[in-house]
Write a protein that binds this ligand. Structure first.
Ligand code: NAP
Ligand code: ZN
Ligand code: ZN
Length: 348
């Protein structure tokens, strides 16, 4: 056991502050990762501010974790000390239920053990995330990073990357399809890059006119300002698939109306209030509204390897951890280009 420095929210209404806690020594099948970079996800903000009701304080957020293996337990096979390693949103699951057995640990019937704000099933106690010096994790929940990618810009792949990759693959997005991505934030900008890499014709929906140029640079063929009703209506009944990454309440019917018959819109954004779905938006053209949660470990590795082959990383703004509260405020204002990543060297 050793003392570990980090940053934590001590309550829903106070800023994050320096916080020290204990990390256990790795078990034989676990590794300890010295964290170099950690991405800042809007889910961190939702949970640090208890917007999903269910945060246990103190809460050390962070689930886009990359670094080097500092220690490897005696039974570890996948990693050697000194190698790069990464951790996403989960650190464990029951491993025996049907979803776990089929490699969809994120869908575990008992719920996966989240990287932070979770309960450690094997050792007891709360889990603490990546806004810290180090993390201890079972090697089967740690990921291997492609060597040629910039390390800091790879961190957001562990949540924003897999959360967009998984539904795009599940709903078989590919060549010749017209695909909408709603919201150009951390998830949205990865969605644009990945859907474009899969061969789709990407249309980006944004509330921020200032992001139009960036969306085109990132791979969108067209950008629609979603507040402009007539621009929206031009796209009625034309989309094969839409991925909604928006973090705040908004009208989902306006997007459902843009789907072709039998097409699907998938929610990955998790606002703190329920959506109002107009039945006609769905029944009129047998449309489907679905949801998706990160991705399993096998698929996360597949996504990292795909990004390695195609040179895909996140567009990031690197910050010292002392700027974390400022970064949270900017995330909430949709003023992030397009993911904040914490440089853990700043944690002294
Ligand atoms: P983010 O960087 O803040 O991006 C969200 C984007 O949504 C904003 O940049 C903005 O894009 C748009 N937006 C914000 N407020 C809006 C409003 N009132 N109306 C319309 N659009 C608005 O957040 P993120 O990190 O990408 O996360 C997005 C959401 O996904 C969060 O709710 C997060 O908790 C959730 N999430 C889910 C999963 C999962 O597994 N399902 C995983 C990670 C995150 P424009 O400026 O372009 O409009
Ligand atoms: Zn996340
Ligand atoms: Zn399970």
């Amino acid at each position: 056991m050793h003392n570990t420095k980090g940053y934590a929210a001590l309550s829903a209404t106070t800023p994050l502050v320096p916080f020290s806690f204990h990390r256990r020594d790795p078990d034989p099948e676990e590794i300890e990762i010295q964290i170099q970079y950690c991405g800042v996800c809007h889910s961190d903000v939702h949970q640090a501010r208890d917007e999903w009701a269910g945060t246990t304080f103190p809460c050390v957020p962070g689930h886009e974790i990359v670094g080097r293996v500092a220690k490897a337990g005696s039974r570890v096979r996948k990693f050697k000390e000194g190698e790069l390693a990464a951790v996403g949103c989960m650190v464990d699951s029951c491993r025996v239920c049907e979803p776990c057995k089929s490699g969809e640990e994120q869908l575990c019937d008992l719920g996966p053990v989240w990287t932070y704000n979770g309960q450690d099933r094997r050792h007891g106690g709360a889990t603490y995330g990546g806004y810290s010096e180090s993390i201890v994790v079972d090697e089967s929940f740690a990921l291997r990073l492609p060597k040629r990618l910039d390390l800091a810009a790879s961190a957001p792949l562990l949540c924003a990357g897999i959360t967009t990759y998984s539904p795009l693959r599940h709903w078989k997005v590919g060549n010749g399809q017209k695909v909408g991505i709603v919201g150009l934030g951390g998830l949205g900008h990865m969605g644009v890059k990945l859907a474009n890499a899969f061969g789709a014709r990407v249309v980006l929906f944004t509330t921020s006119p200032g992001k139009v140029k960036d969306a085109i640079r990132l791979g969108a063929k067209e950008v629609v300002i979603s507040k402009n009703e007539s621009e929206m209506k031009k796209h009625a009944n034309s989309f094969d698939f839409i991925l909604d990454t928006v973090a705040a309440p908004h009208d989902v019917n306006a997007y459902l109306e843009l789907l072709k018959h039998d097409a699907t819109m998938t929610l990955v954004g998790i606002p703190d209030k329920p959506h109002a779905v107009a039945p006609f938006s769905l029944v009129a053209k047998r449309r489907q509204l679905a949801g998706s949660l990160i991705g399993g470990i096998r698929e996360t590795q597949e996504m990292l390897d795909f990004c390695g082959e195609h040179g895909i990383t996140s567009d990031i703004e690197l910050i010292p951890i002392q700027k974390i509260n400022e970064a949270y405020d900017r995330v909430v204002k949709s003023d992030v280009k397009y993911r904040f990543v914490i440089d853990m060297k700043s944690l002294v």
